[in-house]
Design a binder for this molecule. Structure first.
Ligand code: PLP
Length: 396
């Protein structure tokens, strides 16, 4: 009998974390590596949030187990924040606090997907989705939108992929990895289509506050309130408040779904660390000035990166309007001989870039088909210019 179960043997290592780890290891070994792999803001967590955590650590009330579902104050604050930012009312009872948005992703699929169910996944997709869908026994159905359509899938494409086994649509706007943001009209059309066909919508809104060029993301439940009973909202503090290390996210959904997911979590992890929850409470109860500051820096770096990448022959970059990633198509570079090597896939190109000029980027294979690279612009302006400059030189 195999030592490791088939279910877990099928899970791939997170490619984004792997690239980041490789870059950090090279850096630790003294190499002047520039890493574009990171999926996290390079800013510190705001001081008032850290102070709330310090106070919480000193309060014995936080030294014990708390309800698996989350601290009542935090669930109330998430409900209030949802009304403020998304424009619709939810009850604190409909909120489950999770160990990062990642656990919310896992639990959402685990709650509504039956073995054999199909999940429509707009592609390129964030690496974690297909793995969690598979763990739930579901079948991922990729719906691909390339650079020529700004990485935005259409209702027609979704309809063509729909079968009587389709249970869920995953919606992620702003998107990781592409930075694409659906317009209000597109969001409504997709939401209405899902509602009309009885398809659940799992909507990952973790990058909600990181949008540029006057573009805003439309919460799909605000666009189509009828989705209330068949959608699950995923969110967290990681990207908005530079709190990736604190591990606090949440899911919002219909009462039966939240109850079932809470039962799962009560056996899996119990409550999220109380100190982190108190920090998250300070974050979501406060204003959005910290994210406004980050947004300004990200916006500046985004423009620099798009402009520098566009200058490379064979590279096409749709302008991303959200998150902190650019997703250039490098199809025009593949097959070209660069320093004696001829990469034919984006994975080979990423390896070449790392080895030749010590710049770490994530290949498209981590998010769907080959032919693309993901570069995060959540790093300092100088490093960014230096890193993209090295890629320009290499591919010139
Ligand atoms: N959803 C998306 C699209 C993400 O990119 C991430 C993090 O990279 C998450 C969810 C989860 O973030 P966390 O678990 O750090 O809250």
């Amino acid at each position: 009998k195999p030592r490791v179960s088939a279910r877990l043997s099928a899970i791939a290592e997170s490619a984004t974390l792997a690239v980041d780890a490789k870059a950090k290891a090279l850096k630790a070994a003294g190499r002047p590596v520039i890493g574009f792999g990171a999926g996290e803001p390079d800013f510190p967590t705001p001081e008032y949030v850290v102070e709330a955590a310090v106070a919480a650590a000193k309060d014995p009330a936080n030294h014990r187990y708390s309800p698996a579902k989350g601290l009542p104050d935090l669930r109330e604050a998430v409900a209030a924040k949802t009304l403020r930012d998304s424009g619709y009312e939810v009850s604190a009872d409909d909120v489950l606090v999770t160990n990062g948005g990642k656990q919310a992703v896992y639990q959402a699929f685990a709650t509504v997907v039956e073995p054999g169910d199909e999940v429509l996944l707009p592609t390129p997709y964030w690496t974690t989705y297909p793995e969690t869908i598979a763990l739930a026994g579901g079948r991922t159905v990729e719906v691909f939108a390339g650079a020529d359509q700004d990485y935005l899938v259409t209702v027609e494409q979704l309809e063509a992929a729909r079968t009587d086994r389709t249970k869920v649509l995953l919606f992620n706007s702003p998107s990781n990895p592409t930075g694409a943001v659906y317009s209000a009209e597109q969001t409504e059309a997709i939401g209405r289509w899902a509602y009309e066909h009885g398809i659940w919508v799992i909507t990952d809104e973790i990058y909600e506050h990181l949008t540029y060029d006057g573009v805003t993301a439309t919460p799909i439940q605000r666009a189509v309130p009828e989705l209330r009973e068949t959608s699950i909202v995923l969110n967290g503090v990681a990207k908005t408040y530079a709190m990736t290390g604190w591990r606090v996210g949440w899911m919002i959904g219909p009462r039966d779904v939240i109850k079932a997911a809470t039962n799962l979590q009560s056996h899996l992890t119990s409550n999220v660390a109380n100190v982190s929850q108190r920090a998250a409470l300070a974050a979501v109860s406060g204003d959005l000035s910290a994210v406004a500051t980050m947004r300004e820096a990200f916006d500046r770096r985004r423009r620099t990166m798009v402009q520098m990448l566009s200058a490379i022959d064979g590279v096409t970059v749709p302008t991303p309007h959200g998150a902190f990633y650019t997703y250039p198509s490098v199809e025009g570079v593949l097959g070209r001989t660069i320093r004696g090597r001829t990469p034919t896939t984006s994975a080979e190109l990423a390896e070449l870039i790392l080895e030749e000029v010590e710049v770490a980027v994530v290949p498209g294979e981590a998010f769907g088909p080959s032919g693309y690279l993901r570069l995060s612009y959540a790093l300092g302006d100088e490093d960014l210019a230096e890193g993209v400059g090295r890629i320009q030189e290499l591919l010139a």
